[in-house]
Write a protein that binds this ligand. Sequence first.
Ligand code: APR
Ligand code: ZN
Ligand code: ZN
Length: 361
Amino acid sequence: MSQKVQAVIVRAKDAPVETVTIIIPEPAAGEAVVDILTCGVCHTDLHYKLGGIGNDYPYLLGHEATGVVSKIGEGVSNVAVGDRVILNWRAVCGQCRACAKGTPQYCFNTANASQKMTLEDGTELSPALGIGAFAEKTLVAAGQCTKVDEDVDAAAVGLLGCGVMAGIGAAINTGEVKRGESVAVIGCGGVGIAAIAGAKLAGATTIVAVDIDDDKLAMATKMGATHTVNSKTSDAVEGIKAVTGGFGADVVIEAVGRPETYKQAFYARDLAGRVVLVGVPTPEMKLELPLLDIFGHGGSLKSSWYGDCLPSRDFPMLVEQYKLGRLDLDAFVSERIGLGDIEAAFTKMGEGKVLRSVVEL
Ligand code: APR
Ligand code: ZN
Ligand code: ZN
């Protein structure tokens, strides 16, 4: 039997969000219905609303969620009814060229539910990142569910479903930060702060935070940065070199997404340093660099998409680190709100006032 639940959608480009009744179909083979406990408000949800991602309105927003599996379709074996899960947008196929090459983080056949959730009049919804979790229940592919322990704060661990994972993964997966290394993080929003937490978790001993906002730098220090540079008032590259013996950092993580900060990241790397690009540029942005500065200095430039995470590997491990007190996910939860407060949360996000607003259902 299909079920009717409350959910938050956006009907047209830049329209205000609305709480409406939606219909969740019975799960087909390989699908699961998840009763949502918490869902973080991410920049990507705002981009859907503003028309930056597509034109497939109405969108069912929300994608950074924890829930409990309440129904499963035929053939589902990775989760069972009653399991606490974190949702993900990287349910890899295991068969495409990327998966066959051993790089499933670039899988281009990631699974979503095959059926559509709808409005009461039958209008099909497009779920944000194939999830749609600003809702009492949502329908996903079972592979989008990763079982995790129940004895933890759902709001905190649910953030691993998107932005926090992107930052931590930029450090531990893409950057492969090792014990005793130096790491610089340029841009200390939610993603950059998570990269700092990831660098600390990996055992980095020098962690330099760079931002143009002193409040962000204060937060960075709280989360493990050992040094800070305000790049509005001083030079980012010189500031990073000054605290790394004059050389630059072993790993530099760019978490802004602008040409000038990409360039700073490039020049702030030590010999053979790794530059990790997690900030997303716009299509028209370009960067020009002297080839000799690439050639003569060694190292690598790597992009990081969703922190190069594999949810079934990374989510349970990071929940365990949280339980052991080594990863402060609580610090990312700035406020707990209801389904009706999402528009206000978007405004606060724009003002840079919160790391994460988290909807509790
Ligand atoms: N130099 C240094 N820091 C900067 C600069 C700059 N020129 N411009 C902006 N910043 C800082 C802001 O002060 C803010 O702290 O970068 C941070 C950006 O944070 P958010 O806007 O909260 O963005 P966040 O969610 O962290 O995402 C950062 O990563 O995944 C991508 O799409 C995401 O491109 C975005 C980036
Ligand atoms: Zn694949
Ligand atoms: Zn997101």
